[in-house]
Design a protein around this ligand. Structure first.
Ligand SMILES: NC(=O)c1ccc[n+]([C@@H]2O[C@H](COP(=O)([O-])OP(=O)(O)OC[C@H]3O[C@@H](n4cnc5c(N)ncnc54)[C@H](O)[C@@H]3O)[C@@H](O)[C@H]2O)c1
Length: 402
């Protein structure tokens, strides 16, 4: 049985969540080396999680001779450089979201890993939440019919570190930080083989004194006519709102991943500590999350990554997916400026080119299409029809008794 020795780049929020996931579950894959800018922080982190080697030099951390996999948990502006160093050292790479600040950066990363022939995974945890995986399986089975609309929302009171608020370091604001999750969730539901064609996006700086957007709403139009919709904000009060909705010709799914999962706790004196990511209070009605790393998809994500690495296959989320997400985000920023639908520029497209908006209408009989049926309050049934050649609309009313 293969075990992996991991180098974790970064001891911030995501470095902590990732290490917590890998070590708390007593998994066989262990963080073996930790990189932080400060030796003091590296030592503290290493002691807390039982990590043998500490580094303050990025390249030395990556080149730790026993390490075979590097996890990138650094600010967005450092992902590309970290990928370059990992590829030069021949180490497998798992990179957090967003892959790049722009599609150009993401494409360069994709080219680097493919040229080096190294394993690469895109750590898009929210595509792996238990509820999302179950929903995706239902969608694949056809339970919802043809997917028409996938909405994903992530909103919270704003990020926890200064660099996120710096447009240059982060590559933007709430769209690049939160929209990357939402876009990839919708893409998974609509189908990754379906090409994203164009986007319309509203973005604004409604509250915070920053150069980037703190709120945005976007529509991503796909080649099969489906619409992906994202809503993101750094101004949402009360915690982290993570919700998805999917609608198809035969059904719907509604998901609430965080904040309102059915777990409510009241305390007048406070819990005495951490409640859940981005929670804003410690007293009153609280919405803790039972098993936070599971609800956020981290364990399923790492299992997929390490299984794929061992099987020689590609994980569900690869650098290519990260690149497509970045290309959609680039179009969002353009659309927010021009106030027009903007095309998604994908220089590398690996999905289908044969999908279009053509649809098959449901027949009622040889002469009519069925538009819909409805049972009325008096229990009569109405059937709305359209004549196939004349286009004439009609309705049949069927009495309760019949
Ligand atoms: N759900 C998720 O997948 C998720 C959640 C949070 C963050 N992230 C991503 O993880 C990466 C890191 O975010 P985070 O929340 O851990 O950030 P953070 O600020 O909590 O931690 C950043 C880490 O990078 C190190 N670092 C190195 N150079 C730095 C610099 N010049 N400025 C600031 N920090 C520097 C810090 O020391 C720290 O260890 C980002 O790409 C972010 O988008 C992903």
């Amino acid at each position: 049985m293969k075990t992996h020795k991991i180098c974790m780049l970064g001891t911030g929020l995501i470095g902590t969540f990732y290490t917590m996931t890998l070590h708390n579950l007593r998994g066989r894959d262990r963080v073996h080396a930790i990189y932080s800018r400060s030796q003091e922080r590296a030592d503290k982190f290493a002691k807390e999680w039982g990590i043998p080697n500490t580094y303050t030099n990025l390249d030395a951390a990556i080149r730790d001779p026993e390490v075979n996999v590097v996890v990138i948990g650094l600010p967005n502006n450092q992902h590309l450089e970290a990928v370059r160093l990992c590829a030069a050292a021949g180490k497998a790479i798992l990179c957090t979201k967003p892959l790049g600040r722009t599609a150009a950066e993401a494409k360069e990363m994709l080219e680097i890993v493919e040229k080096a022939g190294i394993f690469h995974g895109y750590l898009e945890d929210l595509a792996y939440t238990p509820k999302t995986l179950k929903s995706l399986a239902s969608v694949k089975n056809g339970a919802l019919g043809r997917i028409l609309w996938a909405r994903s929302r992530e909103a919270h009171p704003g990020p926890h570190s200064d660099w996120f608020w710096d447009k240059e370091m982060a590559g933007g604001g709430a769209i690049v930080d939160l929209g990357c999750h939402c876009i990839e969730i919708a893409r998974n539901f609509i189908g990754k083989e379906v090409r994203p064609l164009e986007v319309m996006c509203w973005a604004a700086t409604q509250v915070k004194p920053i150069d980037a957007e703190d709120s945005a709403i976007g529509l991503v139009k796909y080649a099969n006519g489906a619409i992906g919709q994202f809503e993101v904000s750094w101004n949402y009060r009360g915690g982290m709102d993570l919700r998805d909705e999917v609608a198809g010709t035969e059904g719907n799914i509604r998901l609430d991943h965080f904040l309102r999962t059915g777990f409510e706790l009241f305390t007048s004196v406070g819990l005495g500590g951490y409640v859940a990511e981005k929670a804003e209070s410690e007293t009153g009605w609280l919405f803790p999350v039972g098993d936070e790393v599971h609800e956020l998809g981290y364990p399923n994500m790492f299992v997929d990554m390490f299984n794929a690495m061992e099987n020689g296959s590609s994980p569900m989320e690869s650098f290519y997916d990260g690149y497509v997400v970045n290309a959609i985000i680039d179009a969002c920023y353009k659309s927010a400026k021009t106030k027009q639908w903007e095309p998604v520029q994908l220089e590398v497209w690996r999905g289908s080119n044969d999908i279009d908006e053509s649809q098959v209408f449901e027949s009622y009989d040889e002469e009519h299409y069925l538009i819909k049926t409805e049972i009325l309050p008096d229990e009569r049934k109405k059937i709305i029809l359209k004549h196939k050649t004349s286009g004439e609309l009609s309705q049949k009313v069927i009495d309760k008794a019949k």
